[in-house]
Design a protein around this ligand. Structure first.
Ligand code: SF4
Length: 307
C-alpha cells in the first residue's frame, strides 16, 4: 500500500485506515519539539503530492476487503491541509466512505484560511492541535514557519467552531518544562471555554521525539486537566497507575460534575468497587454515558439535559 496504512486500532478514534498525503517525506509548516518524524525545516507545501485517483483506488480496495474499518483518517508525514487538492479529495472520500467516518488530523495552522474551513466542514471529525496560546510558548514548542501567529490560529478555530456542527477535537500535547505550567493551561482554558470543542485530548510525548525533550507523568497530566472546568477532557494515559482509588458514589458524582470522566480515566483511576458504583449511578440515571468521536464519557445527567 503506497498511500494508506493500517488499519490501526486507535483508542482515540476506533479502527482507523490512515491516508498519508506526504508519503515521500516530511512536509510540514511546523517543526514540533515532540514530532515523531525527524526534525526538518518548516515548509508551506507538500512536495511530490500523490494523485487523488491513486489514493481513492487504494482506499476503495482496502475498505472493500476490511469492512470493519470505522474511520478513514486523512493525515500525512506532516500537515495534511497543505495538500493542494484537499477539497476534491474530501469530496471523493465522502462518496466512497459508506458508513465510515472521515477524520482529519491537522496542526490547525491553516484554519486561518476560510477556504480550508469550508473543506473541513465536510469532514465528520476534525482534530486540531493547540498546545498553548501565547506566541512565545507556541514558537518554542511547535517551531512554526516564520509569520504564523497563534492569535490568528485561535481566531480561526473560534470562527470555525461556531459553524461546525460535527465533532471538533482539540489536542494538547504537553512537553516537560515547556507548556506544563498551570498558567499556560489557564490561558488555554479561557480560549477553549469559548471554542467549546466536542472533546479535548490531553497527552504527552509517547514515542521518541525529534528533539531532546521529555514527557510529563500521567499524574501531572491529571493535575493540568483540572484547569479545564466542565470540558470533556480525555487524558491519554501512557503509564500504568500506581494506585487505583476507591471513590464513594458522592465522590464520583462530584468528580463528574467538575469534569466529565472518560473511559480511560475510569480504567486508569477507579478501583473495581468504584466501577460498580459508577454502574449503579448509570442505572439510576444520575450519570449518563455518551460517545464523543469514539471515546466514551461519563457526565452528570443534569448537565446533559440542561444543554
Ligand atoms: S505538526 Fe505534526 S508533523 Fe508537523 S512537526 Fe508537528 S508533530 Fe510533526
Amino acid at each position: 500500500m503506497k498511500y494508506t496504512f493500517g488499519p490501526i486500532n486507535s483508542r482515540r478514534f476506533g479502527l482507523s485506515l490512515g491516508i498519508d498525503l506526504s508519503p515521500l517525506g516530511k512536509s510540514c509548516n511546523f517543526d514540533c519539539l515532540y514530532c515523531e518524524l525527524k526534525a526538518a525545516k518548516p515548509i508551506d507545501k507538500i512536495e511530490n503530492p500523490p494523485q487523488i485517483e491513486n489514493i481513492i483506488a487504494e482506499v476503495k480496495n482496502v475498505i472493500l476487503n476490511k469492512p470493519n474499518i470505522e474511520v478513514i483518517t486523512i493525515t500525512s508525514n506532516g500537515e495534511p491541509t497543505l495538500y493542494e487538492n484537499l477539497n476534491e479529495l474530501v469530496d471523493e472520500l465522502n462518496l466512497i466512505k459508506k458508513d465510515k467516518k472521515l477524520l482529519i488530523l491537522s496542526n490547525a495552522s491553516t484554519i486561518t484560511d476560510s477556504k480550508i474551513q469550508e473543506v473541513l466542514k465536510k469532514i465528520d471529525i476534525v482534530k486540531l492541535s493547540l498546545d498553548c496560546v501565547s506566541q512565545k510558548c507556541f514558537e518554542k514548542i511547535d517551531r512554526p514557519l516564520k509569520g504564523i501567529k497563534i492569535t490568528d490560529i485561535v481566531d480561526g478555530i473560534k470562527t470555525f467552531a461556531k459553524d461546525f456542527k460535527r465533532d471538533l477535537i482539540i489536542e494538547i500535547l504537553v512537553v516537560k518544562g515547556v507548556n506544563d505550567k498551570d498558567s499556560e493551561m489557564e490561558k488555554l482554558n479561557t480560549v477553549l471555554q469559548e471554542i467549546n470543542p466536542s472533546r479535548i485530548d490531553l497527552g504527552t510525548i509517547d514515542r521518541p521525539p525529534a528533539f531532546d525533550v521529555l514527557p510529563i507523568s500521567s499524574e501531572s497530566l491529571k493535575g493540568l486537566s483540572e484547569n479545564f472546568k466542565g470540558l470533556p477532557i480525555s487524558i491519554i494515559h501512557k503509564d500504568k497507575p500506581k494506585n487505583r482509588v476507591t471513590f464513594s458514589k458522592d465522590e464520583i458524582l462530584e468528580t463528574i460534575k467538575r469534569r466529565p470522566q472518560s473511559q480511560s480515566d475510569v480504567d486508569y483511576l477507579f478501583s473495581d468497587i468504584s466501577k460498580k458504583y459508577l454502574e449503579q449511578l448509570l442505572n439510576s440515571k444520575k450519570v449518563t454515558k455518551n460517545i464523543i468521536a469514539g471515546v466514551v464519557f461519563y457526565s452528570e445527567t443534569k448537565r446533559i439535559l440542561s444543554k
